[in-house]
Design a protein around this ligand. Sequence first.
Ligand SMILES: [Fe+2]
Length: 445
Amino acid sequence: MATATETQTSSSTPSNVKQANLKIVDDIPIDQQIEHLIRTHRELNITRQRSENLKLKQGADHDGAKLLPEASRKRLEDGGVDLSKGYPELPNRDEIPVFVDQAYAIRDYDVPFVDRGSQADPEKKALFGAAKEVIHLTDKVGTEIVGLQLEDLTDQQKDELALLIAERVVVFFRDQKLSPQTQWNLGDYYGNIEVHPQAPHVTGLPGATVIWNDYKIKQGLDLNFNNINFGNWDSVRHPAIGNNVWHTDLVHERQPAGYTHLHLDAIPETGGDTMWISNYAAYDKLSDEFKKFLDGKKAVYVSAHSYLNRKDPLGGPKKVERIHPLVRTHPATGWKYLSVNRVMTTRILGLSPIESDMVLNFLFDVCEKNADIQVRFKWTNTKPGYGTSAIWDNRVSQHRNVWDHEGKSPRHGTRVTSLAEIPYFDPESKSQREALGLPLKKWDA
Ligand SMILES: [Fe+2]
Protein backbone atom coordinates (compact mmCIF):
# COMPACT_ATOMS: atom_id res chain seq x y z
CA MET A 1 0.00 0.00 0.00
CA ALA A 2 1.41 3.35 -0.93
CA THR A 3 2.20 5.84 1.75
CA ALA A 4 1.25 9.41 1.14
CA THR A 5 3.04 12.45 2.42
CA GLU A 6 1.21 15.67 2.72
CA THR A 7 2.98 18.68 1.29
CA GLN A 8 2.95 22.02 2.99
CA THR A 9 0.85 24.58 1.13
CA SER A 10 3.01 27.52 0.27
CA SER A 11 2.62 30.71 2.27
CA SER A 12 2.83 32.56 -1.06
CA THR A 13 -0.26 30.83 -2.54
CA PRO A 14 -2.58 33.53 -3.92
CA SER A 15 -5.61 34.04 -1.71
CA ASN A 16 -8.03 33.43 -4.60
CA VAL A 17 -6.70 29.89 -5.10
CA LYS A 18 -8.45 27.37 -2.92
CA GLN A 19 -6.01 25.77 -0.54
CA ALA A 20 -5.87 22.07 -1.22
CA ASN A 21 -4.33 19.13 0.47
CA LEU A 22 -1.90 18.25 -2.30
CA LYS A 23 -0.66 14.74 -1.97
CA ILE A 24 2.38 13.25 -3.66
CA VAL A 25 2.71 9.52 -3.51
CA ASP A 26 6.37 8.86 -2.93
CA ASP A 27 6.67 5.22 -3.71
CA ILE A 28 4.75 5.08 -7.00
CA PRO A 29 6.96 5.84 -10.03
CA ILE A 30 6.26 9.22 -11.60
CA ASP A 31 5.40 7.74 -15.02
CA GLN A 32 2.67 5.63 -13.44
CA GLN A 33 1.25 8.65 -11.64
CA ILE A 34 1.22 10.64 -14.89
CA GLU A 35 -0.41 7.74 -16.73
CA HIS A 36 -3.08 7.53 -14.03
CA LEU A 37 -3.75 11.29 -14.22
CA ILE A 38 -4.12 11.20 -18.00
CA ARG A 39 -6.42 8.22 -17.94
CA THR A 40 -8.67 9.71 -15.29
CA HIS A 41 -8.83 13.36 -16.44
CA ARG A 42 -10.51 14.00 -19.77
CA GLU A 43 -9.07 17.50 -20.00
CA LEU A 44 -5.56 16.01 -20.20
CA ASN A 45 -6.07 14.97 -23.78
CA ILE A 46 -2.42 15.01 -24.67
CA THR A 47 -2.15 11.85 -26.70
CA ARG A 48 -4.18 13.23 -29.59
CA GLN A 49 -3.04 15.51 -32.37
CA ARG A 50 -2.77 19.11 -31.22
CA SER A 51 -5.56 20.15 -33.55
CA GLU A 52 -7.84 17.34 -32.45
CA ASN A 53 -8.30 18.16 -28.81
CA LEU A 54 -11.59 16.33 -28.73
CA LYS A 55 -13.65 15.58 -25.70
CA LEU A 56 -14.32 12.05 -26.81
CA LYS A 57 -16.21 9.75 -24.52
CA GLN A 58 -15.55 6.10 -23.93
CA GLY A 59 -17.75 3.15 -24.71
CA ALA A 60 -20.80 3.30 -26.97
CA ASP A 61 -22.30 6.81 -27.21
CA HIS A 62 -26.07 7.16 -26.79
CA ASP A 63 -25.98 10.83 -27.83
CA GLY A 64 -24.00 9.89 -30.95
CA ALA A 65 -26.64 7.35 -31.98
CA LYS A 66 -29.23 10.14 -31.99
CA LEU A 67 -27.12 12.15 -34.47
CA LEU A 68 -26.96 9.37 -37.07
CA PRO A 69 -28.25 10.31 -40.52
CA GLU A 70 -31.35 8.30 -41.46
CA ALA A 71 -29.65 6.58 -44.40
CA SER A 72 -26.80 5.43 -42.15
CA ARG A 73 -29.17 4.29 -39.44
CA LYS A 74 -31.00 2.11 -41.95
CA ARG A 75 -27.77 0.54 -43.23
CA LEU A 76 -26.50 -0.16 -39.71
CA GLU A 77 -29.82 -1.59 -38.50
CA ASP A 78 -30.22 -3.70 -41.65
CA GLY A 79 -26.68 -4.90 -41.01
CA GLY A 80 -27.50 -6.10 -37.50
CA VAL A 81 -25.80 -3.32 -35.48
CA ASP A 82 -27.61 -2.83 -32.15
CA LEU A 83 -27.88 0.96 -31.97
CA SER A 84 -29.77 0.80 -28.67
CA LYS A 85 -26.36 0.22 -27.06
CA GLY A 86 -25.14 3.57 -28.45
CA TYR A 87 -23.05 4.58 -31.48
CA PRO A 88 -20.23 4.92 -32.27
CA GLU A 89 -18.16 2.96 -29.78
CA LEU A 90 -14.95 4.51 -28.46
CA PRO A 91 -12.02 2.67 -26.96
CA ASN A 92 -11.81 2.78 -23.17
CA ARG A 93 -9.32 5.32 -21.86
CA ASP A 94 -7.57 2.46 -20.08
CA GLU A 95 -6.72 0.92 -23.45
CA ILE A 96 -5.48 4.06 -25.22
CA PRO A 97 -1.67 4.29 -25.12
CA VAL A 98 -0.26 7.15 -23.05
CA PHE A 99 3.45 6.46 -23.57
CA VAL A 100 5.05 5.93 -26.92
CA ASP A 101 6.43 2.53 -25.86
CA GLN A 102 2.83 1.38 -25.35
CA ALA A 103 1.96 2.54 -28.87
CA TYR A 104 5.02 0.73 -30.30
CA ALA A 105 3.92 -2.47 -28.59
CA ILE A 106 0.68 -2.58 -30.60
CA ARG A 107 1.27 -5.05 -33.46
CA ASP A 108 5.05 -5.04 -32.94
CA TYR A 109 5.40 -8.57 -34.28
CA ASP A 110 5.36 -10.27 -37.67
CA VAL A 111 1.99 -11.27 -39.07
CA PRO A 112 1.97 -13.66 -42.07
CA PHE A 113 0.62 -11.93 -45.18
CA VAL A 114 0.06 -13.10 -48.73
CA ASP A 115 -1.25 -10.49 -51.13
CA ARG A 116 -4.46 -11.90 -52.63
CA GLY A 117 -3.68 -10.01 -55.82
CA SER A 118 -0.48 -11.99 -56.35
CA GLN A 119 -2.48 -15.17 -57.04
CA ALA A 120 -5.06 -13.58 -59.35
CA ASP A 121 -5.68 -14.05 -63.06
CA PRO A 122 -3.93 -11.03 -64.65
CA GLU A 123 -6.79 -10.75 -67.15
CA LYS A 124 -9.37 -10.73 -64.34
CA LYS A 125 -11.88 -12.65 -66.43
CA ALA A 126 -14.13 -13.67 -63.52
CA LEU A 127 -14.46 -10.09 -62.26
CA PHE A 128 -14.71 -8.27 -65.58
CA GLY A 129 -16.90 -11.00 -67.08
CA ALA A 130 -19.52 -10.49 -64.36
CA ALA A 131 -19.41 -6.66 -64.33
CA LYS A 132 -21.82 -4.62 -66.42
CA GLU A 133 -19.20 -1.93 -67.03
CA VAL A 134 -15.58 -1.17 -66.11
CA ILE A 135 -14.84 2.56 -66.31
CA HIS A 136 -11.35 4.02 -65.95
CA LEU A 137 -11.91 7.45 -64.40
CA THR A 138 -8.48 8.79 -65.37
CA ASP A 139 -5.64 7.25 -67.35
CA LYS A 140 -3.33 6.61 -64.39
CA VAL A 141 -5.55 6.09 -61.36
CA GLY A 142 -9.11 5.11 -60.44
CA THR A 143 -11.55 2.58 -61.92
CA GLU A 144 -15.27 2.19 -61.33
CA ILE A 145 -16.98 -1.19 -61.55
CA VAL A 146 -20.69 -1.17 -62.37
CA GLY A 147 -23.20 -3.96 -61.89
CA LEU A 148 -21.58 -5.99 -59.11
CA GLN A 149 -22.34 -6.26 -55.40
CA LEU A 150 -19.23 -6.59 -53.23
CA GLU A 151 -21.08 -8.92 -50.87
CA ASP A 152 -21.61 -11.43 -53.70
CA LEU A 153 -18.02 -11.72 -54.95
CA THR A 154 -16.45 -15.17 -55.14
CA ASP A 155 -12.93 -15.69 -53.78
CA GLN A 156 -11.64 -15.72 -57.36
CA GLN A 157 -13.29 -12.36 -58.03
CA LYS A 158 -11.95 -10.97 -54.74
CA ASP A 159 -8.41 -11.96 -55.75
CA GLU A 160 -8.84 -10.32 -59.16
CA LEU A 161 -10.25 -7.23 -57.49
CA ALA A 162 -7.18 -7.05 -55.25
CA LEU A 163 -4.93 -7.09 -58.31
CA LEU A 164 -7.08 -4.47 -60.03
CA ILE A 165 -6.82 -2.21 -56.95
CA ALA A 166 -3.06 -2.77 -56.81
CA GLU A 167 -2.78 -1.76 -60.48
CA ARG A 168 -5.33 1.06 -60.60
CA VAL A 169 -4.65 2.35 -57.02
CA VAL A 170 -8.36 2.80 -56.19
CA VAL A 171 -11.56 1.05 -57.36
CA PHE A 172 -15.12 2.28 -56.81
CA PHE A 173 -18.49 0.52 -56.46
CA ARG A 174 -21.73 2.50 -56.24
CA ASP A 175 -25.18 1.28 -55.08
CA GLN A 176 -23.86 -1.28 -52.65
CA LYS A 177 -25.90 -3.13 -50.04
CA LEU A 178 -23.06 -3.73 -47.61
CA SER A 179 -23.26 -4.31 -43.86
CA PRO A 180 -20.30 -3.33 -41.66
CA GLN A 181 -19.80 -7.04 -40.90
CA THR A 182 -19.59 -7.95 -44.61
CA GLN A 183 -17.16 -5.08 -45.13
CA TRP A 184 -15.12 -6.40 -42.19
CA ASN A 185 -15.15 -9.93 -43.66
CA LEU A 186 -13.80 -8.64 -47.00
CA GLY A 187 -11.05 -6.77 -45.15
CA ASP A 188 -10.22 -9.92 -43.21
CA TYR A 189 -9.85 -11.76 -46.53
CA TYR A 190 -7.39 -9.11 -47.73
CA GLY A 191 -5.11 -8.96 -44.68
CA ASN A 192 -4.74 -8.34 -40.98
CA ILE A 193 -7.50 -5.92 -39.96
CA GLU A 194 -6.23 -2.86 -38.14
CA VAL A 195 -8.00 -2.04 -34.89
CA HIS A 196 -7.39 1.63 -34.20
CA PRO A 197 -6.41 2.42 -30.61
CA GLN A 198 -8.11 5.85 -30.60
CA ALA A 199 -10.69 6.08 -33.37
CA PRO A 200 -14.41 5.39 -32.90
CA HIS A 201 -15.69 2.16 -34.40
CA VAL A 202 -19.01 0.51 -35.20
CA THR A 203 -20.52 -0.63 -31.93
CA GLY A 204 -19.52 -4.21 -31.28
CA LEU A 205 -17.19 -4.35 -34.30
CA PRO A 206 -13.65 -3.08 -33.58
CA GLY A 207 -11.81 -2.73 -36.88
CA ALA A 208 -14.79 -1.09 -38.60
CA THR A 209 -13.64 2.50 -38.02
CA VAL A 210 -16.30 5.20 -38.15
CA ILE A 211 -15.52 8.09 -40.52
CA TRP A 212 -17.80 10.87 -39.36
CA ASN A 213 -16.44 14.43 -39.16
CA ASP A 214 -19.87 15.78 -38.15
CA TYR A 215 -19.58 13.73 -34.95
CA LYS A 216 -16.04 14.94 -34.27
CA ILE A 217 -17.17 18.55 -34.72
CA LYS A 218 -19.85 17.94 -32.08
CA GLN A 219 -17.03 16.75 -29.80
CA GLY A 220 -15.03 19.93 -30.35
CA LEU A 221 -13.06 19.46 -33.59
CA ASP A 222 -12.32 22.95 -34.90
CA LEU A 223 -12.86 22.29 -38.58
CA ASN A 224 -13.91 25.30 -40.65
CA PHE A 225 -13.74 26.89 -44.08
CA ASN A 226 -10.68 28.97 -43.14
CA ASN A 227 -8.43 26.39 -41.51
CA ILE A 228 -9.33 23.25 -43.39
CA ASN A 229 -6.25 23.08 -45.63
CA PHE A 230 -3.52 24.61 -43.44
CA GLY A 231 -1.72 21.28 -43.11
CA ASN A 232 -1.22 21.20 -46.88
CA TRP A 233 1.25 24.10 -46.47
CA ASP A 234 3.16 23.12 -43.36
CA SER A 235 2.03 19.94 -41.69
CA VAL A 236 4.49 20.33 -38.79
CA ARG A 237 3.49 23.80 -37.64
CA HIS A 238 -0.13 23.33 -38.69
CA PRO A 239 -0.99 19.65 -38.20
CA ALA A 240 -3.76 18.03 -40.16
CA ILE A 241 -7.29 18.75 -39.06
CA GLY A 242 -9.52 15.86 -39.95
CA ASN A 243 -8.36 14.09 -43.09
CA ASN A 244 -8.06 17.00 -45.49
CA VAL A 245 -4.29 16.94 -45.88
CA TRP A 246 -2.66 14.64 -48.43
CA HIS A 247 -1.65 11.57 -46.46
CA THR A 248 -1.35 7.79 -46.41
CA ASP A 249 -2.95 5.84 -43.58
CA LEU A 250 -0.85 4.02 -40.99
CA VAL A 251 2.62 4.39 -42.52
CA HIS A 252 4.22 4.03 -39.08
CA GLU A 253 3.08 0.43 -38.68
CA ARG A 254 5.55 -2.42 -38.76
CA GLN A 255 3.30 -3.78 -41.55
CA PRO A 256 1.60 -0.68 -42.98
CA ALA A 257 -1.85 -0.48 -44.52
CA GLY A 258 -2.61 -2.25 -47.79
CA TYR A 259 -6.15 -2.68 -49.16
CA THR A 260 -8.37 -0.13 -47.45
CA HIS A 261 -12.12 0.10 -47.87
CA LEU A 262 -14.24 3.17 -47.15
CA HIS A 263 -17.99 2.75 -47.52
CA LEU A 264 -20.05 5.94 -47.28
CA ASP A 265 -23.73 5.51 -46.49
CA ALA A 266 -24.57 9.22 -46.02
CA ILE A 267 -23.24 11.51 -48.73
CA PRO A 268 -23.70 15.26 -49.26
CA GLU A 269 -25.69 16.20 -52.34
CA THR A 270 -22.77 18.44 -53.37
CA GLY A 271 -19.17 18.16 -52.17
CA GLY A 272 -17.35 15.87 -49.78
CA ASP A 273 -15.27 14.33 -52.60
CA THR A 274 -12.12 12.29 -51.99
CA MET A 275 -8.90 12.54 -54.02
CA TRP A 276 -6.11 9.99 -54.59
CA ILE A 277 -2.56 10.16 -55.97
CA SER A 278 -0.75 7.27 -57.67
CA ASN A 279 2.64 6.75 -56.03
CA TYR A 280 3.70 4.52 -58.96
CA ALA A 281 3.16 7.43 -61.36
CA ALA A 282 4.85 9.89 -58.98
CA TYR A 283 7.99 7.71 -59.10
CA ASP A 284 7.83 7.62 -62.90
CA LYS A 285 7.78 11.45 -63.02
CA LEU A 286 11.40 11.38 -61.83
CA SER A 287 14.49 11.20 -64.05
CA ASP A 288 16.52 7.98 -64.22
CA GLU A 289 19.35 9.66 -62.30
CA PHE A 290 17.07 10.81 -59.54
CA LYS A 291 15.39 7.39 -59.33
CA LYS A 292 18.85 5.85 -58.92
CA PHE A 293 19.62 8.30 -56.12
CA LEU A 294 16.43 7.39 -54.25
CA ASP A 295 16.43 3.62 -54.84
CA GLY A 296 17.63 1.80 -51.73
CA LYS A 297 17.25 4.82 -49.43
CA LYS A 298 15.30 4.50 -46.20
CA ALA A 299 13.07 7.05 -44.50
CA VAL A 300 11.40 7.69 -41.16
CA TYR A 301 7.60 7.35 -41.05
CA VAL A 302 5.65 8.67 -38.07
CA SER A 303 2.23 8.06 -36.53
CA ALA A 304 -0.60 10.57 -36.80
CA HIS A 305 -1.13 10.48 -33.03
CA SER A 306 1.30 11.67 -30.38
CA TYR A 307 2.23 10.13 -27.05
CA LEU A 308 4.64 10.83 -24.17
CA ASN A 309 8.18 9.64 -23.60
CA ARG A 310 8.12 7.59 -20.40
CA LYS A 311 11.67 8.65 -19.54
CA ASP A 312 10.88 12.32 -20.11
CA PRO A 313 7.12 12.66 -19.59
CA LEU A 314 7.13 16.46 -19.60
CA GLY A 315 9.35 16.64 -22.69
CA GLY A 316 6.47 17.10 -25.09
CA PRO A 317 4.61 14.88 -27.53
CA LYS A 318 6.34 11.97 -29.24
CA LYS A 319 5.23 9.94 -32.22
CA VAL A 320 5.81 6.32 -33.13
CA GLU A 321 8.60 6.25 -35.74
CA ARG A 322 9.45 3.36 -38.02
CA ILE A 323 12.05 3.08 -40.74
CA HIS A 324 11.02 1.66 -44.12
CA PRO A 325 12.34 1.85 -47.71
CA LEU A 326 11.60 5.13 -49.49
CA VAL A 327 11.12 3.33 -52.81
CA ARG A 328 9.33 0.01 -52.51
CA THR A 329 8.22 -2.92 -54.62
CA HIS A 330 4.58 -4.03 -54.70
CA PRO A 331 4.22 -7.79 -54.10
CA ALA A 332 1.31 -8.26 -56.55
CA THR A 333 2.20 -5.92 -59.44
CA GLY A 334 5.97 -6.12 -58.95
CA TRP A 335 6.17 -2.38 -59.72
CA LYS A 336 8.31 0.14 -57.84
CA TYR A 337 6.60 3.04 -56.11
CA LEU A 338 7.56 6.10 -54.12
CA SER A 339 6.43 6.05 -50.50
CA VAL A 340 6.13 9.59 -49.18
CA ASN A 341 3.47 11.86 -47.77
CA ARG A 342 3.74 15.37 -46.40
CA VAL A 343 2.37 14.60 -42.97
CA MET A 344 4.19 11.44 -41.99
CA THR A 345 7.46 11.08 -43.92
CA THR A 346 9.88 13.11 -41.84
CA ARG A 347 13.44 12.23 -42.83
CA ILE A 348 15.54 10.38 -45.39
CA LEU A 349 18.32 8.46 -43.68
CA GLY A 350 21.89 9.30 -44.66
CA LEU A 351 21.11 12.89 -45.75
CA SER A 352 21.66 15.99 -43.66
CA PRO A 353 18.41 17.46 -42.25
CA ILE A 354 18.57 20.31 -44.79
CA GLU A 355 19.15 17.94 -47.73
CA SER A 356 16.41 15.63 -46.48
CA ASP A 357 13.89 18.48 -46.19
CA MET A 358 14.75 19.70 -49.69
CA VAL A 359 14.38 16.28 -51.29
CA LEU A 360 11.21 15.41 -49.37
CA ASN A 361 9.55 18.73 -50.15
CA PHE A 362 10.35 18.22 -53.82
CA LEU A 363 8.87 14.71 -53.70
CA PHE A 364 5.73 15.95 -51.93
CA ASP A 365 5.35 18.55 -54.68
CA VAL A 366 5.80 15.94 -57.42
CA CYS A 367 2.89 13.99 -55.94
CA GLU A 368 0.64 16.91 -55.08
CA LYS A 369 1.14 19.19 -58.12
CA ASN A 370 0.81 16.67 -60.96
CA ALA A 371 -2.93 16.56 -61.66
CA ASP A 372 -2.45 13.83 -64.29
CA ILE A 373 -1.54 11.29 -61.59
CA GLN A 374 -4.56 12.08 -59.40
CA VAL A 375 -8.25 11.27 -59.37
CA ARG A 376 -11.06 13.14 -57.64
CA PHE A 377 -14.10 11.00 -56.89
CA LYS A 378 -17.63 12.26 -56.44
CA TRP A 379 -19.51 9.98 -54.06
CA THR A 380 -23.19 9.58 -54.90
CA ASN A 381 -26.20 9.05 -52.75
CA THR A 382 -28.37 6.11 -53.55
CA LYS A 383 -31.38 4.73 -51.73
CA PRO A 384 -31.41 4.65 -47.91
CA GLY A 385 -29.45 1.70 -46.58
CA TYR A 386 -27.26 1.58 -49.68
CA GLY A 387 -23.90 3.29 -50.14
CA THR A 388 -20.81 3.76 -52.26
CA SER A 389 -17.48 1.98 -51.69
CA ALA A 390 -13.94 3.01 -52.49
CA ILE A 391 -11.22 0.40 -52.02
CA TRP A 392 -7.69 1.68 -52.40
CA ASP A 393 -4.20 0.40 -51.86
CA ASN A 394 -2.60 2.57 -49.19
CA ARG A 395 0.83 1.29 -50.16
CA VAL A 396 0.78 2.94 -53.57
CA SER A 397 -1.29 6.04 -52.89
CA GLN A 398 -2.02 9.18 -50.96
CA HIS A 399 -5.51 10.56 -50.41
CA ARG A 400 -7.36 13.48 -48.94
CA ASN A 401 -10.92 14.46 -48.21
CA VAL A 402 -12.36 17.69 -49.62
CA TRP A 403 -14.54 19.15 -46.90
CA ASP A 404 -16.20 21.79 -49.06
CA HIS A 405 -19.75 20.97 -47.92
CA GLU A 406 -18.80 22.39 -44.49
CA GLY A 407 -21.07 19.93 -42.73
CA LYS A 408 -24.23 21.43 -44.26
CA SER A 409 -25.42 17.92 -45.02
CA PRO A 410 -24.28 14.76 -43.26
CA ARG A 411 -21.40 12.56 -44.38
CA HIS A 412 -20.90 9.23 -42.62
CA GLY A 413 -19.20 5.96 -43.39
CA THR A 414 -17.17 3.03 -42.16
CA ARG A 415 -13.61 2.08 -43.05
CA VAL A 416 -11.86 -1.25 -42.78
CA THR A 417 -8.10 -1.35 -43.28
CA SER A 418 -6.15 -4.52 -44.01
CA LEU A 419 -2.51 -4.34 -43.00
CA ALA A 420 -0.09 -5.80 -45.54
CA GLU A 421 3.55 -6.93 -45.76
CA ILE A 422 6.70 -5.54 -44.17
CA PRO A 423 7.72 -3.04 -46.88
CA TYR A 424 10.64 -4.05 -49.09
CA PHE A 425 12.62 -2.83 -52.10
CA ASP A 426 13.64 -5.27 -54.80
CA PRO A 427 16.43 -3.66 -56.84
CA GLU A 428 15.50 -5.91 -59.79
CA SER A 429 11.91 -4.63 -59.91
CA LYS A 430 10.71 -2.20 -62.58
CA SER A 431 8.68 0.95 -62.45
CA GLN A 432 5.09 0.82 -63.72
CA ARG A 433 5.92 2.52 -67.02
CA GLU A 434 9.01 0.38 -67.56
CA ALA A 435 6.98 -2.78 -66.93
CA LEU A 436 4.20 -1.66 -69.26
CA GLY A 437 6.63 -0.53 -71.98
CA LEU A 438 5.44 3.09 -71.86
CA PRO A 439 7.75 5.91 -72.96
CA LEU A 440 9.94 7.68 -70.39
CA LYS A 441 11.92 10.81 -71.19
CA LYS A 442 15.70 10.28 -71.17
CA TRP A 443 17.10 13.64 -70.07
CA ASP A 444 20.27 14.79 -71.92
CA ALA A 445 20.71 11.34 -73.39
FE1 LIG B 1 -6.96 8.58 -44.51
